[in-house]
Write a protein that binds this ligand. Structure first.
Ligand code: G3P
Length: 225
């Protein structure tokens, strides 16, 4: 499963890239607004830093506006994937942009029939929001399993991008369900690294190493081949 960072923060993106941890980035208007920076230069810089797809969301409500915005985003950088919402207008825009070979991430997906329509419209990614479904006592991961089953029955090429990921278990469950990608905030990505036994184990190894006399561990004594 690929891992994307759900962030428009360049410091976080550069840090995650330096771990070799991420394959792409997703953003949305909320995340971009949080940065308080000029929009297009920020988006371009993210695309230059990330060696993979970078999703950016259209903000029009009608298909014509989404298509116009999508074309402008796509001109900015080859890494761009245009996000369109799962509405009738969003599906129309997806169909048009996909026909122009512009990749579309159909976002705000909350049901299996919605995901079916996204695939039929030619979506490159579909983004089901698992956390927001869990928030209203629906089973977000059950939706991922349903979409996976439905897509496997037909020759769709749409990739399942699990979004609204809130904790490491969502990531594990998404991978077990066979999702193509999970996108997550930096805090969730960081929490994938951490384990108390790793920290305790490292402390013990380094303390034991300290016990060796200085001469026994001097790097200058490393024999050459
Ligand atoms: O990728 C969509 C994501 O940003 C939404 O996450 O936590 O606001 O539901 P959340």
């Amino acid at each position: 499963m690929k891992i994307f960072l759900d962030s428009a923060n360049l410091t976080e993106i550069k840090e995650a890239m330096s771990w070799g941890a991420i394959d792409g980035v997703t953003t949305n208007p909320t995340l971009v607004a949080k940065e308080g920076k000029e929009f297009f230069p920020l988006l371009k810089e993210i695309c230059e830093v990330v060696n993979g797809p970078v999703s950016m969301e259209t903000v029009s409500r009608d298909a014509a506006g989404m298509v116009e915005e999508g074309r402008s985003f796509a001109k900015l950088h080859p890494h761009i994937v245009v996000k369109c919402p799962l509405t009738k207008e969003g599906l129309k825009a997806t169909r048009q942009l996909a026909g122009e070979k512009i990749r579309v991430n159909v976002t705000l997906c909350f049901s299996a029939p919605q995901a079916l329509l996204a695939a039929k419209a030619g979506a490159y990614f579909v983004s089901p929001f698992v956390g927001r479904l869990d928030d209203i006592s629906s089973d977000g991961m059950a939706l991922i399993r349903d979409i996976k089953t439905i897509y496997a029955n037909y020759p769709f090429s749409t990739q399942i991008l699990v979004a609204s990921v809130r904790h490491p278990l969502h990531v594990v469950e998404a991978a077990k369900a066979g999702a193509d990608i999970a996108t997550m905030p930096f805090a969730v990505l960081e929490s994938l690294v951490k384990h108390p036994l790793t920290d305790a184990g490292l402390e013990r190894f380094l303390k034991d190493w300290e016990k060796l006399p200085a001469e026994a561990k001097a790097w200058k004594n490393v024999p050459s081949r």
